[in-house]
Write a protein that binds this ligand. Sequence first.
Ligand code: PGA
Length: 262
Amino acid sequence: MKVLIFKTAEEVKVQAARQLLMSVQRNPESVLGLATGGTMEDVYAELVKQSHQHDASWAQVTTFNLDEYWGISSDSPASYRTYMNHHLFDHIDVDPGATHIPPSEGDNPEMAAAQYEARISGAGGIDLQLLGIGVNGHIGFNEPTSSLVSKTRLKTLTQSTRDANLRFFDTMEQVPRYALTVGIGTIMASDECLLVATGSSKAPAVQTMIEGPLAASCPASALQMHQKVTVMLDEEAARDLELRSYYQLVHPDGQESAVSDG
Ligand code: PGA
């Protein structure tokens, strides 16, 4: 894992957006795996800004989002389809038909999940997967104890995840109990991952992900087995890392350095 620690959340969003944009510029037909959540709101605002500054075209890019609530309408204000249109897709020239989000309703979630997984494979897999991390260590909606080789499927959300997402709804009753999420195996099959975490509430999960044992109790720890992961953190999210001075030695203030990553 490449662990980059920046001084501020502001720097994290600039660097994360830069990496995403570079990937699109390097390969205009990129297949990107995208994430939602509070952290990504800032990343997408910056990505829109940089895309305009560099006159970057998204016309041939394909996107697959990690997850979607199950049991709400996709045009509801709280759906991840609405989130993605609002924060990113409406502001760039991506083809709306090439933006994929797992379905949010239907009578056969198992079949919907299998079709979503097949669509990702059909597109040739994910080139770059953007990830956030939950305070409980989840990636996508792969809650603790998720199979580390799981594929897209319906998951029951933990109370901790529902509590964390209450801010996007009016009442707890409205917070969905289920989500369709790509699996950890799906994420692991991507060519490259970029995980972004800011703020002290993420510090314990970040420490366990990077330095803890590989364990289903912290789904993000599966990334220790991925061959190309960059983790971008601000100082608050990096607070609990035991080998923090080592990561700083290799990449001072999040920058590339002459010391090889190994
Ligand atoms: P957050 O969510 O950015 O809203 O903290 C991250 C996640 O749960 O993956």
